[in-house]
Design a protein around this ligand. Structure first.
Ligand code: 5AD
Length: 391
């Protein structure tokens, strides 16, 4: 073992080999050191604050046919919905009153004019009704530069677009080869988002069929080299009504291993990418009721309570076992707060919780709003997500 007592990873200069070793080590000592280092880095670089984003899954209508995704176009078992923009505004206002600070507007991918204008209208209404105070992240797939610009000018300032895998070969193996799911297009879209000035987020699924530790190490290096501001990544969770979901379970790591790999990816991302925002993804919770708390202890600093009304959310199963909104809304935020408090963590109520990395990238001063809201005290440092969590 090459582990040293202080910091196993030489932060930003970690090699691919070292990352692979960290992802695959069976040594409990090394594993605990990794999580401890990641958590210490998190406290040092982004503090003990978890920021909230109320997640609104505004529509499951999708033009794409991703082989893993439950709302893929060809899944005719799903009832398609689009939430009325007025209701979207109400949900955003709920989030505002509860001081969530931000919302994420997520949707299946559509590129028609009506959809584009609807999103623009929703962004403008949310901004207008909250004195510009609500932060808005979009997660609406690949769009043209003009569309991204229109949404940015309307007031959205962050965008999540997962690369799914930074390996073109692996990407191609989980998407249809129909010319509509091109790795190159995804990469170009990310570049445009960054160029336009969005805080740009991406991520991958972890534990995909055919995915190796080397792929995951390369994903981390891709995040770093691209200069990504935010990461949302989590375990791949099969959905029974998808081509990938009916593959033999032997083709992917066990649920426990996918959870562990995801937590290690978060820890490594925190160490390697330092002051970016990292989400504790919902898919983690499909594998472990405590998955998202574990993610926070592994280095994540963003939590997205799902605000989608349940009658719609039941048709937004991207994967099997996805928790429903009612399990995650206000009651869960209170529960989260209590849990976090016992761990010396706080919730950044009323703050946008922007990516510090982004502001460094642009040498900008964070908006005034960032200065508002409650702060938190730093208590003792929990050792990691692997069962040492105090209740
Ligand atoms: N398992 C885990 N994540 C999934 N996503 C879609 N389907 C699945 C699945 N079966 C993720 C993709 C996509 C995001 C919106 O949801 O990474 O980018």
């Amino acid at each position: 073992m090459t582990t040293t007592g202080s910091g196993i990873l030489n932060t930003s200069s970690a090699s691919r080999e070292e990352l692979v070793r960290q992802l695959t080590t069976r040594s409990p000592r090394d594993r605990n050191l990794l999580f401890r280092q990641a958590y210490q880095e998190k406290r040092k670089l982004v503090g003990n604050v978890t920021y909230l984003r109320g997640l609104i899954e505004i529509s499951n209508i999708c033009r794409k046919d991703c082989l893993y995704c439950g709302i893929r176009k060809s899944n005719h078992k799903v009832e398609r919905y689009a939430i009325d923009p007025k209701e979207v505004l109400e949900l955003a206002m709920f989030a505002w009153r509860k001081e969530y600070g931000s919302v994420v507007i997520q949707s299946g991918e559509r590129t028609d004019r009506e959809f584009i204008e609807t999103i623009t209208g929703i962004i403008k209404e949310i901004k207008k009704n909250t004195n510009n105070e609500m932060g808005i992240t979009l997660s609406c797939g690949e769009q043209t530069e003009d569309t991204y610009r229109q949404w940015f000018e309307a007031g959205a300032h962050r965008y999540l677009l997962r690369i799914e895998s930074s390996s073109e070969e692996l990407f191609n193996s989980i998407h249809p080869g129909d010319g509509r799911h091109l790795f190159r297009d995804r990469m170009t879209a990310l570049e445009i988002l960054r160029k336009l000035g969005y805080q740009t987020g991406t991520g991958v699924m972890i534990g995909l069929p055919g995915q190796t530790a080397e792929h995951l190490a390369d994903d981390l290096l891709f995040f770093r080299d691209f200069g990504i501001d935010m990461i949302g990544m989590g375990p791949y969770v099969p959905h029974q009504d998808t081509p990938l979901g009916i593959l033999d379970m032997d083709s992917i790591p066990s649920p426990g291993d996918r959870l562990e790999l995801s937590l290690r990816m978060i820890a490594l991302a925190r160490i390697l990418l330092k002051d970016i925002n990292i989400a504790a993804s919902t898919a983690l919770q499909a594998l472990d009721p405590d998955g998202r708390i574990k993610a926070i202890l592994a280095g994540a600093n963003v939590y997205m309570p799902n605000l989608t009304p349940e009658n719609m959310a039941k048709n937004y199963f991207l994967y099997d076992g996805k928790p429903l909104a009612k399990d995650q809304a206000q009651a869960t935020v209170k529960e989260l707060e209590t849990r976090l408090k016992s761990l010396g963590e706080t919730i950044g109520y009323g703050k946008w919780g922007d990516s510090k990395h982004y502001f460094k990238r642009f040498s900008l001063i964070p908006p005034l709003l960032e200065e508002k809201g409650r702060g938190g005290e730093v208590n003792s440092i929990p050792t990691g997500p692997g069962g040492e969590v105090k209740n």
